[in-house]
Write a protein that binds this ligand. Structure first.
Ligand SMILES: Cc1cc2nc3c(=O)[nH]c(=O)nc-3n(C[C@H](O)[C@H](O)[C@H](O)COP(=O)(O)O)c2cc1C
Length: 199
């Protein structure tokens, strides 16, 4: 057993907390890429990723709302896991749109310099696992489980970087789908707000 690694992991696990207040300091692109890699980075030539996926189906995609990142124009980006690259897909969503899709008043959706949305091609998983359970619930459950693994990976990466973040799942699915400009097969599963904690 590698006691040094185990101690480091234990330290990260014990200091991880949800952070909802952020300073105005921008994120560096390199640090943001670390978080995206933690969430859905590709780790093998056959497309395996940092988070596990049932049947290695990988129905998750990271969609990134960039407000303040050094070296990256504000906008809505998609993360290509295989290439490890961000591509701009839309202008920045207007102020207040993410929070207006939330079930409560979640100011951190607006204040965070970056919001990483874990989105899923849910129908792909539902169809794929329908043979195991015809009502489709198994595929849907697997998607949510995989998003949880991706979110925890990002929580730990953010903690390791000395930054803060919080997962948000209390939102109206349809409104959030529109706010994130998601095209047809994709649905939002969880959002992860990240930034420098306000001291
Ligand atoms: C499934 C799930 C959904 C959550 N949804 C929200 C949310 O909508 N808004 C929010 O501010 N926090 C949300 N959280 C964060 C929790 O409130 C937080 O994890 C909890 O208060 C425990 O605090 P900790 O993360 O610092 O340990 C969610 C967490 C989980 C696991």
């Amino acid at each position: 057993m590698d006691t040094q690694n185990t101690a480091l992991l234990k330290d990260l696990l014990s200091t991880r907390r949800s952070v909802r207040t952020f300073s105005e300091e921008p994120l560096s692109l390199a640090v943001l890429e670390t978080f995206l890699y933690a969430g859905q980075g590709c780790t093998s030539t056959d497309g395996r990723r940092t988070a596990p996926s049932a049947h290695a189906l990988h129905p998750l995609v990271l969609r990134v709302v960039v407000r303040q990142v050094e070296g990256l124009a504000p906008g809505v980006y998609t993360y290509d896991s295989l290439a490890g690259k961000l591509s701009l897909i839309a202008d920045l969503t207007e102020d207040g749109l993410l929070n207006s899709a939330a079930l409560g008043d979640e100011k951190w959706l607006e204040d965070a310099p970056v919001v990483i949305a874990i989105v899923a091609e849910r129908a792909l998983a539902i169809d794929h696992f329908a043979a195991q359970q015809a009502d489709g619930l198994r595929g849907a459950r697997y998607v949510d489980f995989e998003a949880g693994a991706a979110a925890q990976n990002m929580y730990l990466a953010v903690t390791a970087a000395g930054l803060g973040g919080v997962v948000v799942m209390g939102f109206d699915d349809i409104k959030m789908k529109e706010a994130l400009r998601l095209e047809r097969p994709f649905f939002p599963v969880a959002l992860f707000c990240v930034g420098h904690p306000l001291k």
